[in-house]
Design a binder for this molecule. Structure first.
Ligand code: TEU
Length: 590
């Protein structure tokens, strides 16, 4: 056995499929996906070969942020179905040998959660469940000099008060909202209808642990933990100091002083040993991530980091401007995480999700849709870590050609664009729409394309977001009928991953680091004596032009088998060759 038992884990050997239920499959014709819709597609998921489903929030919610604003953690949203439907889903997954992880959103709740309703009303039991503070008085002179505008904080004209600190919300504008009733401000790192819980309060922690145990008792296999490294806020809530921070104040509330204590307590108190947890980690470095993961960490199985999602941020460093990314940078970033966590943690491998544009449109090429989608997949499935498929990725779905802001539902897009318009950032409507088409989270949220039918087979009603006009070309039905499709390539990659320990556990080593188009690396498993037991080579031509590949020493002339390739039959020896646009190959080395 090349991989020691203590290093093995079911979640390392799994492929995860992420479902955004609102957009997956609608069975009752209201235009919104539902849980019976997921149940209907269980055989589909099984055929694809995935092991785990991550279900985005399905809890009771007013849907200001599509379920990331939870009003009741133990109830299923009506639109999505009933608890009985959810139980059918879990049983259906388990009977097919698949597992289910749920979304844990506990940095904040909805303002409709009864804890907040009671907190707002000043009920002594819940008073302290959220982060309430007095504001800062503003001298009349500042108002007169035009340096202070109460309207900016939604306050009446005669107000002379600003929020307790200068933190900003991820969705634009101040992270504080004034509450008339309590005459205090409350903190919200996201929308004003998503107040942040006060983790300093032991009762809050206890409530969260109990709720998690309740779901584990129902039989779930793990949690994806939403923005989990934001839960600890520093004492005194100091102003932000870093002008380059992703939002003002992030240098203070990211990885706050008690974050490890809390995350460890979550795992000690509420997570069974064999469960899987994946933390969504905003602004996380490799070294910080190690403290959450691995044998000496806080108990978390793996982490999503955002480093590669920042490469195309604009010149001002922000998400809501557009910059250029390069293959070199992407390579360097991923390589840093591959090397950094090897033996000390575990990576989550993803290039898109419900918050990010579609990976083909962003990192690949819509003109070479099949080739680039399969190349990107080859990358994800031959790196160390657990690969995640975001619904529709397996058929190469692309961004949506938004024609107007009216087609957008996403609170993040709408609020941020409003804020940028206020600051006069756009030169024209086209300029604005360009950015929306590039960045909006709704790119990922348009309905899943099952067929070429009128609503892509998603619903019998009016879909809540428009269906991508490319549905006649890009859909599950036609992809499954075509043996050379992206869908079939995914299935082959997933099989390969299940068959080859080296692709799961092997160490990653980058070759040709200076090359600005080719991404070439080996994965190596060693036996107990340290001798190479298994080795693979991945060669990717990351671009739309043909490129000469000169194999480096050590791999030239090697190989006896091609494990997978996205242009069909290729030479089984590694030799100098011209690689075609977006060509990807994986060899087994001798
Ligand atoms: O996302 C947190 C997050 O930091 C981003 O990916 C976010 O979408 C973006 O930066 C917006 O500023 C998580 C969820 O995945 C997202 O859907 C939620 O909106 C957010 O938390 C709040 O719960």
């Amino acid at each position: 056995m090349t991989v020691p038992d203590h290093e093995r884990a079911w979640w390392k050997e799994s492929v995860v499929y992420q479902i955004y239920p609102r957009s997956f499959n609608d069975t009752d014709g209201d235009g919104v996906g539902d849980i019976p819709g997921v149940v209907e597609k269980l055989d589909y998921l099984d055929d694809l070969g995935v092991d785990v489903v991550w279900l985005c929030p399905v809890y009771e919610s007013p849907n200001v942020d599509n379920g990331y604003d939870v009003a009741d953690y133990r109830a299923i949203l009506d639109t999505f179905g009933t608890m009985a439907d959810w139980e059918t889903l879990l049983a259906g997954l388990h009977s097919r040998g698949m597992k289910l992880i749920m979304d844990l959103v506990v940095n904040h709740t909805s303002d409709e959660h009864e804890w907040f309703v009671d907190s707002r009303a000043g009920d002594p039991e819940y008073e302290d469940f959220y982060v309430w503070r007095d504001g800062e008085a503003v001298p009349e002179s500042e108002y007169e000099a035009g340096l202070y505008d109460p309207a900016e904080y939604g306050l009446p004209r005669d107000a002379r008060e600003r929020p307790p600190n200068d933190w900003e919300s991820f969705f634009g504008g101040p992270a504080w909202t004034w509450d008339e009733g309590r005459e205090e401000w409350y903190l919200h790192l996201f929308d004003e209808r998503q107040p942040d819980l006060n983790w300093e309060n032991a009762d809050v922690r206890e409530e969260v642990f109990e709720m998690m145990e309740w779901w584990f008792d129902k039989g779930i296999d793990g949690f994806r933990m939403d923005v989990i490294n934001l839960i600890s806020k520093p004492e005194g809530l100091p102003d932000g100091e870093d002008d380059e921070a992703i939002v003002r104040g992030a240098d203070k509330f990211v990885n706050g002083p008690r974050v490890h204590e809390y995350v460890r307590a979550i795992h000690d108190e509420a997570v069974p040993d064999d469960a899987m947890t994946v933390g969504e980690m905003v602004e996380m470095s490799v070294d910080e991530a190690k403290r959450f993961l691995g044998d000496d960490g806080d108990g978390m199985s793996m982490a999503f980091n955002f480093d590669h999602m920042r490469l195309d941020f604009g010149p001002d460093g922000g998400r809501w401007s557009k910059g250029e990314w390069s293959v070199r940078e992407l390579k360097e970033t991923i390589t840093r995480w591959q090397g950094g966590l090897d033996g000390e943690g575990w990576n989550s491998l993803y290039l898109n999700n419900h918050d990010e544009p579609r990976m083909v449109s962003r990192f690949g090429s819509e003109a070479y849709r099949r080739e680039s989608a399969t190349l990107l997949a080859t990358l994800l499935y031959t790196l160390q870590g657990t690969p995640y498929i975001y619904q529709g990725e397996e058929i190469g779905m692309t961004n949506y050609p938004f024609e107007s802001l009216e087609e957008v539902r996403d609170v993040d897009t709408l609020r941020n664009v409003e804020e940028l318009e206020r600051k006069g950032r756009f030169t024209s409507d086209d300029d604005l729409l360009d950015l929306v088409r590039y960045r909006s989270r709704d790119n990922a949220r348009t309905p899943m394309q099952w067929s070429a039918g009128p609503t892509a087979g998603f619903t019998d009603g009016e879909p809540w977001l428009p269906v991508n006009p490319n549905k006649s070309e890009v859909n599950v039905e036609s992809a499954r009928a075509d043996a050379s499709s992206i869908w079939h390539y995914y299935r082959d990659l997933i099989d390969l991953r299940h068959d080859e320990d080296v692709l799961v556990y092997g160490t990653y080593d980058l070759l040709l680091p200076e090359h600005d188009r080719l991404w070439v690396y080996t994965r190596t498993l060693r036996d107990a004596e340290g001798c190479v037991a298994e080795r693979t080579l991945t060669v990717l031509n990351f671009g739309s032009e043909a490129v000469e590949f000169e194999p480096p020493t050590g791999v030239a002339g090697e190989a006896d088998e091609v494990l997978i390739a996205n242009y069909g039959e290729v030479n089984t020896t590694v030799e100098a060759e011209t690689l075609r646009p977006w060509e990807a190959r994986v060899y087994r080395l001798r």
